[in-house]
Design a protein around this ligand. Structure first.
Ligand code: SF4
Length: 280
């Protein structure tokens, strides 16, 4: 009987399952490291692979690498033991990639069936600064990248004025899929999608978050108030300072608001020891 029709312990499929189980365990351990103990309202439970599921995979791997010669001593020293209560370090890039994969397959709200492309976010997985906007627009939906087009170019200028390049920060939205006709996000869409942003923040652990516009400000501060009341205030999201300012799309329409935007962002240059911002 073929492997495809009847997987047996030690077969390719069993190895794949074991690898997936191991990868999932690492991912969930990472979430718990950052105190994310619920996903979409469900508790995080770390699956434990039975020895019988892991052993064939290891044996098979050894067999593949030692068919012609006896095993040689490894030049790589074994990893130091992990003490009780400690978690192995998880690569933020892996966690962010897992979020992106899940968002791309997500249909938890109606927007999943209407998008062209999911827009999880872009940037340096170790970025110290995170920018969060509202939701993808038409061009973002077409290209799968947040903040492209005129608003994106203005955001790049803002990022540059803060002393960073676009690829040195991380840029995301509160929603990962475009609402039709750029309408405002609905509460149930935020409820379904916000765990993705929460996990991105946990993976990045940035020193500071900049909320661009009212939607991001509402979600990240937890306060349903006009933007004018939230700007200039002291806010935090899971203990990380949140700076509230205008969305670049608004600044394109109201250039007189740029001066206020630079004022809003002064705490960022202070936090990172950058030169003062221009007063446009
Ligand atoms: S907006 Fe978020 S919750 Fe809704 S389908 Fe897209 S990724 Fe899923």
């Amino acid at each position: 009987m073929s492997r495809e029709s009847s997987p047996t312990p030690g077969s390719g499929r069993e190895e794949d399952r074991s690898a997936v189980r191991h990868s999932l365990s690492l991912h969930l351990e990472g979430l718990r490291t950052w105190k994310v103990d619920r996903i979409f309202g469900e508790p995080v439970v770390i699956p434990r692979s039975p020895a019988s599921a892991e052993e064939p995979s290891r044996r098979s791997l050894e067999a593949r690498t030692t068919t012609a010669e006896p095993p040689r001593p490894s030049a790589v020293p074994p990893a130091p033991p992990i003490g009780p209560g400690e978690n192995p370090p998880i690569d933020p890039a892996e966690l962010l990639a897992a979020v992106a994969r899940e968002a791309e397959a997500c249909r938890r709200c109606r927007l999943g069936g209407e998008r062209n492309r999911c827009v999880p976010g872009v940037g340096d997985p170790r970025a110290p600064l995170l920018f969060v906007g509202e939701a993808p627009g038409r061009e973002e939906d077409r290209r799968g990248e947040p903040f492209v087009g005129a608003a994106g170019q203005l955001l790049d200028r803002i990022v540059g004025a803060l002393g960073f390049r676009r690829e040195e920060v991380f840029i995301a939205n509160t929603l990962k899929c475009r609402p039709p006709n750029n309408r405002d996000p609905l509460p149930d869409e935020w409820g379904a999608c916000s765990p993705f942003l929460e996990r991105q923040v946990a993976a990045l652990s940035p020193r500071m978050i900049v909320a661009l516009g009212r939607a991001a400000a509402r979600l990240l501060t937890g306060r349903d108030e006009p933007l004018g009341r939230l700007r200039g205030g002291k806010h935090a999201y899971h203990g990380i300072p949140v700076i509230v300012t205008y969305h670049p799309a608004y600044l394109l329409r109201e250039s007189s608001a740029k001066r206020d935007c630079w004022q809003d962002l002064q705490p960022v240059v202070q936090e990172f020891g950058r030169p003062p911002l221009p007063q446009e």
